[in-house]
Design a protein around this ligand. Structure first.
Ligand code: 8Y4
Length: 271
């Protein structure tokens, strides 16, 4: 199993590989599997240090995907990639059966946007020997953006992540990454507070992943459709890196990698 390494002072890039039907639909099943595998190799060549593969659209308002559909989307791509990548792969799923099968098919890390609240997901991570990305979400994708409410969003997210990390560690999961879940049951103000105070999450002692790429709060602040949000994405990633993010999860790997090379160099010159 491949393991993510965290060289001090470097912000790693996680490239997003969506394998939902809308992402690779033309040309039938084999063509779409090969296209997805080729995209993963391209993200690696562009400087990704981790690939996050997901077959369930977790956008606000989206409906759950049946297990069989998610399996048919994700597993063939992992199988097609076996032995072809030098970097680890995470699987974005909250279904324990898929998580186990994905690790058997070559995934190294389980990325659960529901934060391993299900004991079966904790068990899947523990039994498979995979690492775990614990993300915070308030509510569920279908309804989470209705009216999210917190007292202090940063301390509530920190308390949740600390509790889930303790449960995973107790079950024997070794490689744990925390993620504040930007946009998952959060208003603009909540997202900004989490970005500004990321250091409070990092203080828990685990690496922190940050997912801001093309998200709605960037459109709210700077305008633009998702494919016009690269500048805002880079600004948020630079701010996140300055505040201690260890990994950024992004669509635009080449551009964000260049931004992190500059941001990390400036951080290294701090006295
Ligand atoms: C355009 C395209 C606009 C996609 C928004 C989006 C995170 C995550 C997602 C995250 C972790 C997304 C699976 C949402 N976000 N996993 N997953 N952290 N760990 N929306 O922030 O990319 S999906």
């Amino acid at each position: 199993m491949k393991k993510l390494e965290f060289p001090p002072g470097r912000t790693l890039i996680c490239g997003i590989l969506n394998v939902t039907p809308d992402s690779f639909s033309d040309g039938g099943k084999w063509a779409s599997v090969e296209a997805a595998a080729a995209r993963a190799l391209e993200l690696e060549a562009q400087g990704a240090e981790l690939i996050d593969i997901g077959g369930e659209s977790s956008r606000p308002g989206s409906a759950p995907v049946p297990l069989e559909d998610e399996k048919l989307r994700v597993l063939p791509v992992l199988e097609a990639l076996a032995g072809r990548l030098r970097i680890p792969v995470s699987v974005d799923t909250c279904k324990p059966e898929l998580a186990r099968l994905a690790v058997k098919a070559g995934a190294d890390i389980i990325n659960d946007i529901t934060g391993f609240i299900s004991p079966a997901m904790i068990e899947a991570a523990a039994a498979s020997g995979a690492g775990a990305i614990i993300m915070h979400m308030q509510g569920e994708p279908r309804s989470m953006q209705a009216a999210p409410v917190y007292g202090d969003v940063v301390s509530e997210v920190r308390t949740f992540l600390a509790e889930r990390a303790a449960a995973l560690a107790k079950a024997g999961v070794k490689r744990i990454i925390l993620d504040p879940g930007i946009g998952f049951g959060k208003t603009l103000e909540h997202n900004l507070a989490l970005l500004a105070r990321l250091a409070e999450l990092r203080a828990l002692g685990y690496p922190v992943m940050l997912g801001v790429s093309r998200k709605k709060f960037i459109g709210t602040l700077a305008g633009g459709e998702p494919d016009e949000r690269l500048s805002g994405t880079i600004a948020a990633c630079v701010a996140g890196a300055a505040n201690g993010a260890d990994i950024i999860r992004v669509h635009d790997v080449r551009e964000c990698r260049r931004a992190m090379l500059v941001a990390d160099a400036i951080r290294a010159a701090r006295k």
